[in-house]
Design a protein around this ligand. Structure first.
Ligand code: SAH
Length: 226
């Protein structure tokens, strides 16, 4: 998979791309993220990418031209499954959406900034709009990082334990059961004995019960009535 992120703040992705899961995915040649600076696609002398909103009002708007030139350039190199725009009024990101996106070959993610992007970008260049929640961020960069991470960790071979992503919260409409590691007892606080018993079937049963209990307590909305 290849993700191309289009942003006016490319350095925001530095630490994110060269660490942990994303670095591993990149090193293994499974997924790569490329970050594109909108300013490189500006035709103005000052490399402007934003301007005042028509009709007045506070806040700058990202202009269509640099965005269109960047996306056109990318599309001339390969075809894209989706051109995503990060937006607070988009579809709310969920595990189901991430599962679907993880099957894509090439994705562009456009990050807005300031007041957002010229509406014509959304009308003509974007295939899907995604929100990471009902709150407003200063820019789409953190949202693009969240979406990229949630997608890339699902691609087989990225996580060292292949089954790990499948046993995470939400994959089966349940949250994940509690986990423990050494020491088995700390300050008198004990890990459940069943987990140390070696009875795999019983452990799985315990985990399932715990996942159901925890979902009832924390996220009863996930337990849909059939
Ligand atoms: N004026 C806009 C908010 C702009 S915030 C409004 O009221 O809807 C600036 C940029 O941050 C947006 O263009 C978007 O790319 C990004 N952003 C802000 N909140 C977001 C969220 N919850 N999910 C995804 N992207 C978000």
């Amino acid at each position: 998979m290849r993700i191309d992120i289009v942003t006016c703040l490319p350095t925001m992705f530095n630490g994110f791309i060269d660490q942990s899961i994303l670095k591993r995915a990149n090193d293994k040649g499974i997924a790569e993220i490329h970050v594109h600076n909108l300013r490189d696609y500006s035709t103005s002398k000052q490399k402007n990418v934003d301007d005042y909103a028509f009709g007045g009002g506070a806040g700058m708007v990202l202009m269509i031209e640099p965005i269109d030139r960047c996306i056109e350039h990318l599309k001339s190199q390969r075809s894209y499954d989706e051109v995503l725009y990060m937006s607070p009024d988009g579809e709310r990101l969920s595990q189901t959406i991430s599962n679907g996106l993880s099957l894509c070959e090439n994705i562009i993610i456009l990050c807005g900034h300031y007041k957002g992007v010229d509406e014509r970008v959304r009308e003509h260049l974007i295939t899907r709009e995604i929100s990471i929640g009902d709150y407003v961020l200063s820019g789409g960069e953190l949202a693009a990082a969240v979406v990229s991470d949630s997608i890339i960790r699902l691609i087989p071979g990225v996580l060292s334990d292949e089954t790990s992503a499948l046993t995470d919260s939400f994959q089966d409409d349940l949250v994940a059961p509690p986990v423990y590691t050494r020491p088995a007892e700390y300050k008198g606080w004990k890990a459940p004995e069943i987990l140390l018993s070696g009875h795999n079937a019983k452990i799985e049963e315990w985990r399932f019960d715990q996942a159901v209990k925890r979902t009832q307590q924390k996220r009863p909305d996930l337990l849909k009535e059939e």
